[in-house]
Design a protein around this ligand. Structure first.
Ligand SMILES: [Zn+2]
Length: 110
């Protein structure tokens, strides 16, 4: 799967985003899906739902607050995303200048 690779962020952060795109983050849910016996797959922050990549990055209350602060910080009008693919599509089609877009992408990576 192709991914963005920004030179302005660390390699490990680019790799992290690539893993996000592949749904390979080490969440509570992913090892459970691979057959490992995980006793509690709930989100360790909100305890409300299973800890999937989508929830950790886009659905958890804490994450939603961070996204809100990022929007204010980079001063870009952006929708609320529900998954990584949606955010990348928006990023590609966003009319903001390249510097602001790269800043936002860097924030997400870090
Ligand atoms: Zn949560």
């Amino acid at each position: 799967m192709a991914t963005k690779w920004l030179k302005c962020i660390l390699r490990k952060d680019n790799v992290f985003l690539w893993w996000v795109a592949l749904n390979r983050l080490s969440t509570q849910l992913n090892p459970s899906r691979r057959g490992l016996d995980i006793t509690d797959i709930g989100c360790t922050v909100c305890l409300l739902v299973s800890e999937s990549s989508q929830h950790v990055l886009f659905g958890c209350d804490l994450t939603m607050e961070l996204w809100c602060k990022c929007r204010i910080w980079v001063n870009i009008q952006m929708p609320t995303f529900t998954n990584w693919s949606e955010s990348i599509d928006w990023y590609d089609e966003c009319s903001a200048n390249e510097s602001s877009k790269n800043k936002l992408y860097s924030i997400v990576a870090v």
